[in-house]
Design a protein around this ligand. Structure first.
Ligand SMILES: [Zn+2]
Length: 389
């Protein structure tokens, strides 16, 4: 893994100078996740603050003095075991995420988020740097947290532009989550900033922390961190520019592969946790099938061209595509094979190399598979009782 990454990083410099990094406005590369309803309540006051899972990553207080030379890089962290490490994009790291919560969010919610974050990072590898922001229902508390975010990055990054990169009228970083709910990952690996990081936003509804769905959604978001950690391209921040990062995620505005992968991997990992019913995954996939199969088969937009706002739920069909892919190629080919090759080879070549067919061939096979009667599609997930040998 380490060797591979060293090679990879060299590749990036090469590619970077050739193609620039065809950038794009990623500021909202978020993925709002599905949901449901609910909401605790309580009113916020102030901003706030760290987690028990504090971190390696430098915090705002010590980046102000300017000691000798280069040794106050925000990427330098002290591991939980006391050793030092420099976080590198795409390398597994010892660094724990830096976590913040709005004032109206409880410590329990923050801990719950970290607990499921840790389950995901233990399974797929711990990547970073990551900042977690947990938003509640209170707008003022969310605003205060936007200020914390702003001050933190002004201190960490001399290229951070307060006017553009901090919250403003047109860029509601956290406040919109008090209303809209959901969860998202944003990738701050961009040509115009110095300090690269990923931001995980969790909120109080759709789903709320008291719902079981909050757990697989946390895993889902972490899988996006895994995906983005395997892509080194930087976007320009200008939405008119295309960005190779989007292409490697499956296409700009085309969520099928990234969302399908995050959703299926999250549900699959969640189904293995203690206390989760033995038919959980089957039931989830059945629901996704029921919600999407007829609608999908009745229209003619191919899966890889569906958008977030398509009539058909691209998360559901995408999850089935990834389930189908993993059923035939194995989880290792998807998680380690494909994502291991993605940055160097690009989407199509990494796909073909690891899945033994081109993307279009696979999509065509999937169309046939998905147009079968529901019970035949469901055969991918036999009932737990019937699997006993
Ligand atoms: Zn997502």
């Amino acid at each position: 893994m380490k060797n591979y990454l060293a090679v990879l990083i060299c590749m990036i410099f090469l590619l970077g100078s050739l193609s620039g990094c065809i950038g794009n406005d990623e500021s909202m590369e978020s993925s709002t996740d599905e949901s449901d309803d609910s909401s605790p309540t309580d009113s916020g006051s102030n901003t706030d603050s760290g987690s028990n899972n504090t971190t390696g990553t430098t915090d705002t207080t010590n980046s102000t003095d300017s000691p000798p030379v280069e040794d106050d890089s925000p990427y330098d962290v002290i591991c939980p075991d006391g050793t030092n490490e420099t976080i590198q994009w795409g390398n597994v790291t010892c660094a724990t995420p830096v976590a913040f919560k709005a004032a109206d969010v409880s410590n329990e919610t923050l801990n719950l988020t970290l607990e499921w974050y840790n389950i995901a990072s233990a399974e797929w590898g711990n990547f970073g740097p990551v900042e977690i922001y947990v938003i509640g229902n209170d707008v003022d508390a969310a605003k205060d947290l936007e200020n914390v975010f702003c001050e933190r990055h002004k201190a960490l990054d001399e290229n951070w532009n307060e006017e553009w990169d901090c919250a403003n009228e047109n860029y509601e970083i956290f406040t919109r989550y008090t209303e809209d709910g959901g969860a998202a990952i944003s990738t701050f690996k961009r040509t115009y900033i110095e300090y690269d990081f990923m931001m995980m936003i969790m909120s109080a509804k759709y789903p709320g922390p008291e719902e079981d769905d909050y757990k697989p959604v946390t895993l889902h978001e972490y899988f996006h961190i895994y995906q983005h950690s395997h892509i080194n391209d930087e976007c320009t921040g200008d939405s008119r520019d295309s960005c190779e990062r989007d292409a490697k995620m499956g296409g700009e505005g085309k969520p099928w592969f990234a969302e399908g992968g995050a959703e299926f991997m999250a549900q699959s990992l969640y189904s293995e946790q203690d206390g989760v019913g033995e038919n959980y995954l089957r039931e989830v996939m059945q629901r996704k099938l029921e919600m999407s199969q007829d609608g999908y088969n009745a229209q003619d937009v191919p899966l890889d061209q569906l958008g977030y706002d398509s009539q058909v739920n691209v998360y559901d069909v995408g999850s089935w595509f990834v389930a189908y892919l993993i059923h035939h190629e194995g989880e290792d080919a998807f998680v380690n094979g494909f994502y291991g090759d993605l940055d160097e080879l690009g989407f199509d070549a990494a796909f073909e190399k690891n899945f033994n067919a081109t993307k279009s061939e696979y999509l065509a096979e999937f169309e046939t598979f998905y147009s079968q009667p529901a019970e035949d599609v469901m055969a991918l997930f036999p009932e737990a009782s019937s699997t006993a040998e």
